[in-house]
Design a protein. Sequence first.
Length: 576
Amino acid sequence: MTVVQASTAVLRRGAPRRPLAGRRAVLDRSLTSAVLFGATAVLLAVGVLPVVDGELVLAGLTTAFVGTLLSRLAGPPAITGDVAVVVPVMQLGAVALLAAGTASPGALFLAAAPVMTLVAGPGRRGVLLAVLGTAGLLLPGVLASGTGPALLLAPLAVGLGGLGVNETTRRIAGQSARIERLEVERDQLLAQVQTRADELDQATRMLAARAQTMTSVIDAVTEQSIIGTDVDGIIRVWNPGAEKMLGLPRPDVVRKRSILEFHLPEELEDGGLAALVQAAQENGSDVRDWTYVDADGQQRTVSVAITPRTDDQGNHAGWNFVGTDMTEARATERMKDQFVSLISHELRTPLTSILGYLELVLEDDDQPLTDEQRSYLTTVERNADRLLRLVGDLLFTAQVDAGRFTLTPADVDLAGVVRAAEESVRVTAANAGVEVLVDLPDEGIVVPGDAVRLGQACDNLVSNAVKFTPAGGRVTLSLRSAWQLPDGEIVTESGPDATPVALLAISDTGIGIPQTEQGKMFTRFFRASTAQKNAVPGVGLGLAITKAITTAHGGTLDLVSAEGAGTTFTLTLPRA
């Protein structure tokens, strides 16, 4: 039984609600008087009690009957009001009439019930009326017998005893009221406890369902390892993906082994668990490659996402390690990079030689070429130049991946870079029927950077815009100054926390890029489906190179595009 259920059971075992002494007690005492008067009437009828004056006896019984009837008809709310006094006073009057009508001192004992009713009532008024009533009953006897002092002791005793009874009744009534309040509060508390118990039961079922769902989800993951540890690194969660990746069943690991046993010690630099989770502890999460060692001693390159674990109260309880086996992927990437680098170097030397000899042949005045020969060799030269640029792009991407990408910093006027890009693409745009517009400020905009690399980035964006714009379209090159807020928002006016930036935008009215593919546009060798459908030549390196150059200059490259409506690339660079 839960604590809540036990508390509810205790409350339910509370004493049943008792009738209180206030209103019902008066009613009960009036009923007692009615029974006594009824018994007196019977005794009178059978002759046990003498009848001296029949009219007085009839008046006494009638008065007692009316008083009893009044107490019944008045109802409980009135019992504690004036009726609580009137009824016993009438009954005392009935006793006086019966005593006079029977001339029997025994009739005076009928006064006990109404006297008790009066003294037990609220306030001191009933005691006074009881004393006066008792004195009134005894007065005829005192006057007739002359034993006044002795008989007058009875009203005094009624007064003193009545005060005691009245005080006791008052205390009992107060206690009864308090008991009634406590019972009401108990009922309210019981209802609240029951409500909270229902809410707790529902919350418990929901938590159990969520825990079951989470366990099912974790167990359903078989291609990724999900490992949960406590704050000391002892494993508490070990899913089927971890079993598959590291070759150990759950019972052999959970609560028995540490996450550190599956890492290369040299990667942790003797820092243990602290070195493993430091970045996640500082940033809230961390994703990087680590080397896992499985049960057979085989090493695997695993991309591990590390996040902190919390308990039900939100306190730090350990760490989650979600790993994806990247061994084959990383090996493929290394082979690809090596292949690119090798091929680039192997192609660059013969291409340079081919271009050199072509230049000698085309410019040899001693052995002039025919127009047809010159046309052929010019085509060869153009394609060799294109191959050389492609080789240069491949070498550049290899340098970026290897971390050997360097810049030659200087102050660069972006307006000059834009004009040079427009001039280099002018002939190609004219042949394609594409209009090129340039919108530059009157004064130059200077940024710190490498002029050659910035020119390469701008050339890539402008040549792409022309290449992907059908005849009759338009390409616009615009340059302006702006400010960037700490949250990345671009504004036109300077502010206290704003950083001056230059915005270089290249917009076209071309074929556009599908929304679902825009996130992949800066990936090497990726080409949009629109480019493939329209048979636009290219290998998918230009945007990756431009992105790398922009990032190296501390800037950003943003893309806005709609399929069939054109594309805008915005290069944001910090100004000098």
